[in-house]
Design a protein around this ligand. Structure first.
Ligand SMILES: Nc1nc2c(ncn2[C@@H]2O[C@@H]3COP(=O)(O)O[C@H]4[C@@H](O)[C@H](n5cnc6c(=O)[nH]c(N)nc65)O[C@@H]4COP(=O)(O)O[C@H]3[C@H]2O)c(=O)[nH]1
Length: 741
């Protein structure tokens, strides 16, 4: 190594030699020779020597610091290090290693490591050492090690990692790292134990993940359900559902899990072989750090007597044991929630108070058993008459309450009451008797009649008494106005049911003109000639027909009649015109519409191009895939389609382009406002422009004045329909107009 004292400097030995030489020369010159120059040279060398000395001290200090640092790293490493000889004696050890052996370092040096091993492990250590000395590279082993040399001290589990090096006497040395695995081993043992408990439990256990997919099941699960782990992993637990619990049951279960982290109760499940069985289910939620549910642990146990009793008590607190319907307490709860929701949403809710007519007579004359069975059957019919969101509760005796949490209007409540009355019309067979029962129903409406559950029920009860007094088997509203209105509507609904078979419908036809005044088409419009009411216009009955679904058979009748009439005009030698028919959304969603039209066209032998279906924008926006499929098939058949009331709905223009539509019909509200100071002119102009761009024809409906007609003509509108040209007329009258034109 270089002496390191600078490139131009002299080595320390050279300097000392030089000083000696100068001292000699000093002695020789002591008698007056050039003493001063020798002294000066001597001083310079001395300064150099002092500087070198300081550097030396600095270098030593740095070396000592480095040594301390490395020895700290060695001593305080998280791993125990030791140097062993071939016999396993400890020659060196760091502080962590000494601590693992439970002794001071000085006490450990020179001791055999085997002194810390429990019986039986010594051979393991020597085997390890033999392998270290004979094999190249590192050798790994696991050893039990006492925490001190004392025999009774606890054992920890360590991992040895050793490598041979150097020479010591006749043998080699071994450097060994000791890693304490006790914690990990303990954790593994614990997990192993948990896995054993899971597997050996006699209760079936199922674990699901945050997406409610089954991630683990135990042997008992397979034994109870018949499903192997492979068959259920990744699937939703609803594969076990028996179908005996309604949505409310599961909704309440999940809300308890969300709120309290667990739920337990009796549940009916279905085995793989289809058999239904009852179990006691406990579900615990396991949450992640963010508070979300990460896993759910479901434990199914056999139902013990005590559990069954607890479950029964809980059930009885909320349900009527005879009919299994919610009782007063649960009804109160549901009403609170339902009314709060209706208040928030600004909608109505309705309470129907139902009392079985003449139940007491049946009970007294045929016995309680018959009465009970009758009530059970009635409860089933009630549930079947309402939606899942509605609550049917038993108030006691022969009184039931139905709560409808969302109704748009009082009529909707009347409709449900009508359905219930209808459901009771069929006689009920009970224990060999055929019973006929009916309900008297009272209806109160939130918020019109009251805003709290108790008053709503009381008012519905009052209305029920009125209903009973005025002849039973009917309903009454608490409010007189609603009564009149609902009764009228119900009567209309009843009459509408019979209108087709009684032949009360007819069609009128409103001609459609082109720019030169020729009739080019006609719209078929429905009229209802009622024996008592007289002529009923579509605005009065089409909405009722749509709500009750009657629009489907009525719409089919219109199509058939329109096709027959078209045929008749053709046979009479009249010129060909298009006949357009209004199609309701519900009618358009019927699977058999296509077949119906195909059949009608075939039977009446009319060219498909003469039939035009008028659809509203909402029909198009409903289910794009299904709608465009159906429209393409209609187009293939040659049938035309137009959009009625265009401009009032929410058509997406890009959608519009993707449908095979031949005509847009400008809504009459825009036509009516033409000439006013609003936007109607701009809107009709825009619709006409749009139709031209999309290669469609455009017709204006509701044209009532010459100004409207000339404005539209100026905008190049293709066709016109409205009272200015002609009101809707009979088929015969239209034939006359065609002949005249
Ligand atoms: N104020 C005024 N009104 C005019 C004028 N020109 C025609 N109208 C009326 O406007 C309505 C046009 O039919 P819509 O828009 O399809 O509107 C129809 C249609 O949505 C529906 N409708 C009628 N017949 C049927 C049918 O057979 N099936 C279905 N689903 N709906 C129908 O009832 C609606 C009303 O029909 P209608 O009462 O016949 O009323 C007809 C017609 O009489 C006019 O210049 N001024």
């Amino acid at each position: 190594m270089d002496d390191g004292y600078g490139e131009d400097g002299k080595s320390r030995d050279e300097l000392i030699a030089r000083i000696r030489e100068l001292e000699a020369r000093l002695a020789a010159l002591r008698d007056g020779a050039d003493l001063s120059s020798v002294v000066e040279e001597l001083r310079v060398h001395q300064i150099e020597l002092e500087a070198q000395n300081e550097e030396l001290i600095e270098a030593r200090r740095a070396l000592e610091d480095a040594r301390d640092r490395y020895s700290d790293l060695y001593d305080f490493a998280p791993v125990g290090y030791m140097t062993l000889d071939e016999s396993g004696a400890i020659l060196e050890i760091n502080l962590t290693g000494a601590r693992l052996l439970g002794q001071d370092r000085a006490q450990v040096i020179g001791m055999p490591l085997s002194g810390w091993l429990p019986n039986g492990a010594t051979a393991q250590l020597f085997g390890h050492l033999r392998r270290v000395m004979s094999e190249p590279g590192r050798v790994f082993d696991h050893l039990p090690l006492r925490t001190s040399p004392a025999r009774e001290s606890p054992i920890r589990h360590v991992r040895l990692e050793s490598v041979a090096f150097g020479q010591y006497g006749s043998g080699r040395l071994c450097r060994t790292a000791l890693v304490d695995l006790s914690d990990r081993k303990r954790e593994e043992d614990r997990l192993n134990l948990i896995a054993q408990v899971f597997e050996r439990s006699t209760d079936a256990i199922m674990i699901t993940d945050s997406l409610n997919r089954i991630v683990s099941v135990n042997r008992a699960f397979t034994a109870v359900t018949g499903y192997s782990a492979d068959e259920v992993l990744g699937r939703n637990p609803k594969l076990l559902a028996s179908g005996r619990h309604d949505r409310d049951f599961y909704r309440e279960m999940w809300s308890a899990i969300e709120r309290h982290g667990s739920w337990s109760g009796e549940i009916s499940n279905r085995r793989k072989n289809g058999e239904i069985y009852n179990e006691w289910l406990t579900i615990h939620a396991v949450r992640n750090e963010a508070g979300g549910i990460e896993n759910c642990i479901a434990i199914y146990a056999e139902i013990t007597d005590q559990r069954a009793a607890t479950s029964r008590i809980r059930f009885l607190a909320h349900y009527d044991p005879l009919t299994l319907l919610p009782n007063r307490a649960l009804l109160q709860d549901r009403m609170q929630q339902g009314l709060a929701h209706a208040a928030r949403e600004g909608t109505r809710a309705a309470v129907l108070f139902l009392d079985l007519d003449r139940f007491k007579t049946i009970n007294d004359s045929l016995g309680h058993l018959v009465g009970d069975h009758l009530l059970q059957e009635v409860a089933k019919r009630l549930k079947a008459s309402v939606r899942e969101d509605d609550t049917v509760a038993r108030r006691g005796g022969d009184e039931f309450i139905v709560m409808l949490p969302h109704v748009d209007s009082a009529e909707q409540a009347a409709h449900v009451a009508g359905k219930i009355i209808e459901a009771m019309e069929q006689s009920i067979p009970v224990n060999g008797y055929v019973l006929n029962v009916s309900f008297s129903i009272g209806i109160s409406v939130f918020p019109d009649d009251a805003t709290d559950p108790d008053t709503l029920i009381r008012n519905a009860d009052i209305a029920m008494y009125r209903s009973k007094a005025s002849g039973r088997n009917q309903f009454q509203f608490f409010t007189a106005d609603m009564n009149a209105h609902a009764l009228e509507r119900l009567a209309l609904e009843n009459d509408l049911h019979r209108a087709i078979e009684r032949g009360e419908f007819r069609l009128v036809f409103q001609p459609q003109f082109d720019g030169s005044g020729d009739i080019v088409g006609t719209e078929a419009l429905l009229r209802w000639q009622h024996p008592q009411r007289g002529l009923v216009m579509p605005a009065q009955f089409i909405p009722v027909a749509e709500e009750t679904g009657l629009i489907v058979p009525i719409g089919a009748w219109v199509l058939e009649r329109a096709c027959q009439q078209t045929r008749a005009w053709r046979e009479a030698g009249l010129k060909k015109i298009t006949v357009s028919v209004n199609i309701s959304a519900l009618q358009f969603s019927q699977k058999n519409l296509l077949d119906l039209i195909r059949r009608l066209l075939a039977v009446s032998h009319i060219e498909p191009g003469t039939l035009e279906l008028e659809l509203t924008e909402s029909v198009l926006m409903h289910d794009h895939v299904a709608t465009s499929g159906l429209m393409s098939e209609l187009k293939e058949m040659g049938v035309r389609m137009s959009i009625d009331d265009f401009g009032t709905g929410y058509s997406s223009l890009s959608y519009l382009r993707s449908f095979p539509i031949s005509k847009l019909k400008i809504d009459q509200s825009f036509v009516r406002d033409l000439g006013g100071d609003g936007d109607a002119g701009a809107i009709t102009g825009a619709i006409i422009g749009l139709a031209k761009n999309l290669n469609m024809r455009v017709i204006a409906e509701g044209v009532e004045t010459a100004q409207q007609a000339s404005f539209l003509q100026g905008q190049c509108c293709d066709e016109f329909q409205g009272h200015f040209f002609s009101k809707p007329v009979s088929a015969e009258k239209l034939a006359e107009l065609l002949r005249a034109g």
